[in-house]
Ligand binder design. Structure first.
Ligand code: SF4
Length: 343
């Protein structure tokens, strides 16, 4: 597990408090998207396809802090678009850290080296760098030659300066497990804290539709990848049950309120991947007035191929709390990589 003990402690304490207070639906990670504008045009992205007038919208720093307070989640993922393009990104991050939340700033790292001076290393702050594989794979995925080299250079500089770094990796069609395994070895060698990994979500607005894997293919690929993990020191930013789910050993329902999304249009329903339910004007309205029963695999066809952490990591966390000995067994004996794949 790639998450430091201090962060695990804060998050577990928060979850136990919610349980003690009898909260049925509570957030774990706020997905904050203060802009959709980006300096790349990734083939599988569903954000940059918004019309121009939406791409020009920004959330102010005050709106960002208000969302953080309203929501209360212990972890805030600042994404976009490319958050380093936001003129107030320094103040946004500082304000969230001052509120004692763990911030993950998700960036494609194109501007990272020149903007590093805006930030200070802190146990509450991590750069989550988008890398979809080795040079050829990543440059193709983000539709920019040289993007991989720029990101690696920025990672090395940020590590030298003492920043926490994680890698955010999306898997698409045509990826080979052996190549992905070599890539994971490589990024671990850069001293990153962990890797967040998931199959790409089939965004309706994405430019290239044949990039996306079907659920069975995704689970088979993850199983092959985890088979190759034996004897290698890979650290994932996921719970063991979420990885077990990705490997086809569990069937989960989705918990979209675990990762609520606030962006330039409001509180997005039901999650950061889909906006079919429109937007709420407050977090309270999102939680109380959303018909959550309409979403998730088997309930909405758009959810059927989804395996994303934003929907299922919170389910896995609840499952681990309910079955701690089973979780311990998985940690000790590892994830099953044979037998039937559960869909
Ligand atoms: S399964 Fe959940 S996280 Fe995935 S698209 Fe549907 S509502 Fe969103």
């Amino acid at each position: 597990m790639g998450v430091p003990i201090i962060q695990q402690y804060h998050v577990i304490r928060y979850i136990l408090e919610q349980k003690k207070n009898g909260k049925e639906r509570y957030p774990l990670v706020l997905m904050l998207e203060p802009l959709f504008k980006c300096n790349l045009r990734c083939a599988g992205c569903g954000k940059i396809a918004h019309p121009k007038h939406i791409l020009e919208k920004y959330m102010s720093k005050e709106e960002c802090w208000e969302a953080v307070e309203e929501c209360g989640a212990p972890v805030v993922s600042v994404a976009g678009g490319e958050p380093l393009l936001h003129e107030e990104i320094k103040e946004i991050v500082e304000g969230i850290i001052a509120r004692k939340r763990f911030v993950y700033l998700c960036t494609n790292a194109i501007l990272l080296k020149q903007k590093l001076h805006l930030f200070k290393p802190s146990p509450f702050f991590t750069f989550s760098i988008h890398l979809d594989g080795y040079e050829e794979q990543h440059d193709r995925s983000v539709s920019k030659k040289g993007a991989f080299k720029i990101a690696i250079d920025a990672i090395k500089t940020a590590r030298r300066l003492g920043f926490r770094i994680t890698i955010n990796c999306t898997i698409y069609n045509g990826v080979f497990p052996e190549k992905m395994a070599d890539f994971l070895d490589f990024v671990m060698g850069l001293g990153v804290e962990g890797v967040t990994i998931a199959p790409g979500f089939n965004y309706e607005r994405a430019r290239e539709k044949d990039l996306f894997l079907q659920k069975k293919e995704s689970k088979r690929l993850f199983r092959e990848l985890l088979k190759l993990s034996k004897g290698r020191n890979w650290r994932f930013n996921h719970t063991i049950f979420y990885l077990d789910f990705l490997a086809g050993n569990r069937v989960y329902t989705c918990t979209p309120w675990g990762n609520p999304t606030r962006n330039v249009l409001g509180w997005q329903r039901p999650c950061y991947l889909l906006d079919e339910g429109g937007y709420a004007t407050s977090f309270k309205e999102l939680i109380e007035d959303t018909d959550w029963e309409k979403w998730g695999p088997g309930k909405n066809p758009k959810c059927d191929n989804c395996l994303l952490h934003s929907g299922f990591e919170a389910t896995a966390v609840n499952d681990m709390i309910a079955h701690p000995f089973d979780a311990l067994r998985r940690y000790i004996f590892g994830i099953r990589t044979d037998g039937p794949i559960l869909l």
